[in-house]
Design a protein around this ligand. Structure first.
Ligand code: PEP
Length: 251
């Protein structure tokens, strides 16, 4: 089963509009290879500006979050319906920073997944264990629960539009990445869970990205793992040159 690699840039709460536009111009000029899909996740306020500026076809655009509700009195929130109406393609759901700093539960993340799909966004569903769980050797149990309580509420048709990102919390923004062996082991486990719940066909088609201190110098061996289908890149995506070399590492 050959799956096209996907490399995503999660800018989090970084870059001004001017810096973002410069990044986009540099990446547009140098992104000449089409071996991977590329998705950019800027702050909400820049998404449509950047979509308007971009002349190419390879980069798709996404939001870093969406509300679990359709519409209403939720000051500061952005709904999946609003993202869809603005022409946004993707949305990250369940990032560990949202879980940790904004108290997002598996139940809320399930609702966000449903909202995203209802409004024709492709969700990137994040899962991954904290350090104490990994040290206790309970990472599979932990991730399995995240899958069961959120992602596996989707139907077989719905899950076909989802990308999974395995992002061990201990590797995010720490400079310590999972080894290719650790990443492969967990990706294979996640794929196996998807096969058990849905089918071997769906499991063979779904993309599972690795995220957590992925950089130009460690991307290649991670992307070479049979069950790693690309990366969700945080810190190293802020620099256009570094991001381009990570895209090249997926070749
Ligand atoms: C992320 O937060 O999605 C991420 C992978 O961050 P970093 O690459 O900075 O570890």
């Amino acid at each position: 089963m050959s799956r096209k690699k996907l490399i995503a840039a999660n800018w989090k709460m970084n870059l001004t509009l001017e810096q973002a536009a410069e990044w986009l111009a540099e990446v547009e000029e140098n992104l000449l290879e089409h071996h991977a899909d590329v998705v950019l996740f800027p702050s909400f306020i820049y998404i449509t500006d950047l979509m308007d500026l971009y002349q190419g076809e390879q980069i798709l655009f996404g939001a870093q979050n969406c509300s679990h509700l359709e519409t209403g009195a939720l000051t500061g929130e952005v709904s999946a319906m609003q993202l869809g109406s603005a022409g946004v393609d993707y949305v990250i759901v369940g990032h560990s920073e949202r879980r940790i700093h904004f108290g997002e539960t598996n139940e809320a993340i399930k609702q966000k997944l449903k909202m995203a799909l209802k409004h024709e966004l492709f969700p990137v569903f994040c899962c991954g264990e904290p350090l104490d769980v990994r040290n206790a050797g309970k990472q599979e149990e932990y991730v399995s629960r995240q899958l069961t309580e959120s992602l596996f509420a989707l139907s077989a048709d719905e899950i076909a539009d989802v990308t999974i990102a395995y992002e061990p919390v201990w590797a995010i923004g720490t400079g310590v990445n999972a080894t290719p062996e650790q990443a492969q082991e967990m990706h294979a486990f996640i794929r196996q869970q998807v096969a058990k719940k849905y089918s071997g066909k769906i499991a063979g088609e779904i993309r599972i990205l690795y995220g957590g201190s992925c950089k130009p110098d460690n991307a290649k061996p991670l992307f070479a793992c049979p069950d790693v289908d690309g990366g969700l890149i945080g810190g190293a995506s802020l620099n256009a040159e570094d991001f381009l070399s990570i895209v090249m590492a997926a070749k």
